[in-house]
Design a protein around this ligand. Structure first.
Ligand code: CS2
Length: 505
């Protein structure tokens, strides 16, 4: 173990001889064409990496000005390190570390919203990328429109010049950019949200309308701002305390902002950039006009089943995704969810090797070195599951079939995060977090049985109002939750497997 005291800190003076991933962006911050909101591990292991690779193939003015959501720690560390950090890639062939050198400015959105607005108005900036998680888009799962009842949005709508939500910030930034001459611009979401580009356009436009924006601003956003869809895919676990030690061992420097990721990385982007873009297609990304289909693949083959692995695993006391997926009964339920329930609902991209994607995925989920935690994947289900469950579930229910493994995913989520009265889901589930947890717990507290608990929660519209109208689905979620409470997750998985896709009578 290297001695942290004697390992020199990473900064530009240490670059010589260290491996650089792709190429560096131009040093001058004025030549940073990209702003990024959400400077977490995912962006730094995904879009930033593809950008560095694209710059190696084709130089250009594509440095990144990065804003963290609220935490100073990454921003401070990266600023201290002259924008440098390392990406640890953990594959079967071993672990390698490379430096990424594309970030040219830093800030914290909640501390200095004015800086974000100024950056969006700045004509040197041409693209805004986003990793703000599902909740950052403020889509009401109930209405599909902007969630104007969310307290933060309500406050932003009352005073749109001092926004604190991401949607409010972008709306204010675009308003300022329109006033500064209306140069074209692109907002490119990189979250696991279906039709994320269209969704962002809709939410930002609704925000502007609700806040009484000028017609000229609305016309600017409609005509000169593009919102391409994109599918993003790379498993990036939270950085742990040991990650910096690993970098010290591999590179001989102390990096306070490293990220860890699997080798696999995929980014499919709709090619709609009126102000230009990096040569991402030369940096490992796919530019495609079938992004929506790729998004379906991602959300229904990877993300939805990932949630099931996390919830069943946590209820079974498993700390990590690979430890969960190693349980035969969890793997069996997960693969049945993929093949029998989700795959038939997907309109596959042309020429896409779905069998290969699934085969790869089972290896990715077995990557023990990543140590991806069940509590990480299981957190924020109230924002993630509406993207993952209702559409495929309604597809089958509408045709008279019962998607019992989708129902199991919902029951296991409730059991972990909003457990029925008197049920202890165990330490891994208890450590999952969710911004809606207290509200949902309050709603569920009126129930006297697990079945009633599931019913009240679903009828509150927490997943989708339309789904809650399917009485037989609601009943099955209740029955599966009852089984989890009385006999454990394994018994519930067996029950769901037996019921999956049976014709309704
Ligand atoms: C996961 C994703 O936490 C989750 O919900 O399903 O973060 C997943 O690891 C990534 O989308 C992989 O691309």
């Amino acid at each position: 173990m290297p001695d942290p005291g004697s390992t020199p800190a990473l900064d530009r003076s240490r670059l010589d001889g260290l491996p650089l991933l792709g190429a560096a962006a131009p040093q001058d911050p004025a030549r940073a064409g990209i702003i990024h909101l959400g400077l977490g591990a995912f962006h730094r292991a995904h879009a930033a990496v593809h950008t560095a690779r694209a710059l190696a193939a084709e130089p250009g003015d594509w440095g990144i000005i990065g804003f963290a959501n609220r935490s100073r720690s990454v921003v401070d560390a990266m600023a201290r390190q002259d924008g440098l950090y390392s990406v640890l890639e953990l594959s079967e062939a071993g672990t390698r570390a490379d430096l990424v050198d594309v970030h040219r400015g830093f800030g914290v959105m909640t501390e200095d919203p004015g800086a974000v607005i100024r950056e969006i108005a700045d004509t040197h900036r041409r693209i805004l990328t986003l990793t703000v998680s599902e909740g950052g888009y403020y889509v009401s799962p109930r209405t599909g429109h902007l969630d104007v009842d969310a307290p933060l949005l309500r406050a932003d709508l009352a005073d749109p010049s001092a926004p604190r939500s991401v949607i409010g910030l972008i709306a204010a930034g675009l308003t300022a950019r329109a006033a500064a001459g209306g140069e074209p611009f692109t907002v490119l979401p990189c979250d696991n949200v279906a039709s994320a580009g269209q969704t962002a356009r809709q939410m930002i436009t609704e925000f502007l309308e609700h806040s009484g924006a000028d017609d000229a601003v609305l016309a600017y956003v409609r005509d000169s701002v593009s919102f391409p869809d994109a599918m993003v895919d790379r498993i990036v676990p939270a950085t742990t305390a040991g990650t910096s030690d690993q970098v010290a061992e591999l590179l001989g420097v102390r990096d306070d902002a490293p990220v860890r990721a699997e080798q696999f990385s995929m980014w499919v982007i709709e090619d709609d950039f009126p102000a230009g873009r990096p040569a991402w297609e030369r940096g490992g990304a796919i530019l495609s006009d079938e992004v929506e289909k790729y998004e379906q693949v991602k959300l229904r083959i990877l993300n939805g089943p990932h949630s099931l692995i996390a919830y069943l695993g946590a209820l079974d006391g498993r700390v990590t995704i690979p430890a969960s997926f190693a349980q035969d009964w969890i793997a069996e339920a997960t693969l049945a969810l993929i093949h029998d329930e989700n795959l038939p609902t997907i309109d596959l991209p042309s020429g896409f090797d779905v069998a290969g994607y699934i085969e790869d995925l089972t290896h990715r989920w077995r990557n023990h070195d990543l140590g991806h935690r069940t509590r990480q994947v299981g957190s924020d289900g109230s924002m993630r599951l509406p993207q993952r469950i209702p559409v495929p579930a309604r597809f089958h229910l509408g045709a008279g079939r019962m998607p019992a493994l989708l129902a199991l995913t919902v029951a296991a989520w409730f059991a972990c995060v909003v457990p029925p009265r008197g049920f202890d889901p165990g330490e891994q589930a208890r450590s999952m977090t969710d911004p809606a947890q207290a509200r949902l717990q309050e709603i569920g507290s009126r129930a006297t049985t697990p079945a009633e608990h599931a019913r009240i929660l679903l009828e509150s519209g927490c997943l989708s109002e339309e789904l809650a109208e399917h009485e037989d689905f609601v009943e099955l979620v209740g029955a599966l939750l009852t089984t989890i409470v009385s006999s454990g997750p394994r018994a519930a998985a067996a029950e769901a497997l037996a019921a999956s896709m049976k014709e309704n009578h």
